[in-house]
Design a protein. Structure first.
Ligand code: PLP
Length: 261
């Protein structure tokens, strides 16, 4: 049976990030995509010019209506915007017993535009990190969640992944794409075992918009179809590498374009 995969995230009209990237990824990886919108953005490959938030009550109404009808097999959470929306999503996870929840703690777009209010970071840490089955921070997001400096090497990444478990994360995929080097290494950490490293070649691609959205969505789509998170993450990384390899074939605008689904 085709698994139902839900994204709770913001819209990107350029189709490279947000719910548009999530739905393309779900379809490409054998899932049936569903979406609850948290915000509209006015956005192109050149950046974000505006954000129009969906009120928290209406985020909750979308979730309640959908989940009273459909069973979802995995959830990806992306851009949330503010504390009220975070609280609404956290209580919906409990009330509907959502499982296979992958949280991408989106804070700032590559263009530099903020997608999460600074004062909402604590709510992500306290309300969502412990409820998610996997969190997928990059290094700046990990530092923000922990209130620490950004780390710059693999040993420090291992230590920081451990501290994310200490604050209540059930599983962490700490993404090392911001480190210098010919390959890009991510660490999958779970309590009670040493972190597993996934390395991929670093491609000279110009178009990298939506990489984080794509990876977390690929993991959510694959998790119900694979034995465990390790297998889902391994294949999701391969999917992202191929999406990056062909990204420069796209002509979605003048700025940093999207990866190729
Ligand atoms: N727009 C939306 C709606 C997003 O959810 C995200 C990332 O999660 C972005 C933009 C940023 O994408 P990137 O930083 O890959 O350019």
């Amino acid at each position: 049976m085709t698994p139902n995969i839900l994204t709770i995230a913001g819209s990107d009209p350029s189709g490279g990030a947000g719910i548009q990237a999530d739905l393309k990824t779900f379809s490409a990886l054998g899932g049936y995509g569903m979406s609850v919108l948290t915000a509209l953005t006015a956005q192109a490959t050149t950046g974000v010019t505006g954000v129009f938030p969906v009120p928290a009550e209406f985020v909750r109404a979308q979730l309640d209506t959908l989940l009273s009808d459909a069973k979802v097999d995995a959830v990806k959470i992306g851009m949330l915007g503010d504390t009220d929306v975070i609280n609404a999503v956290a209580s919906a996870i409990d009330d509907h017993g959502l499982h296979n929840v992958v949280l991408d703690p989106v804070m700032v777009a590559k263009s530099g535009d903020r997608l999460l209010a600074v004062e909402a970071i604590a709510a992500v840490r306290d309300q969502l990190v412990p409820r998610a089955d996997l969190i997928t921070p990059n290094l700046p997001e990990s530092a923000e969640l922990l209130g620490e400096d950004e780390v710059h090497d693999l040993p420090a990444m291992r230590a920081q992944a451990g501290r994310l478990l200490d604050i209540g994360a059930k599983r962490v995929l700490l993404k090392g794409g911001h480190l210098a080097g010919e390959s890009s290494t991510d660490l999958l950490a779970e309590p009670g075992s040493s972190p597993q490293a996934f390395s991929a070649e670093r491609l000279p691609t110009k178009n990298t918009h939506g990489t984080g959205c794509t990876l977390s969505s690929a993991i959510a789509a694959l998790r119900p179809q694979r034995r465990d998170f390790y297998e889902a993450v391994r294949e999701a990384k391969d999917y992202l590498t191929e999406a990056l390899r062909y990204a420069d074939d796209l002509n979605a605008g003048r700025g940093k374009g999207p990866v190729h689904h």
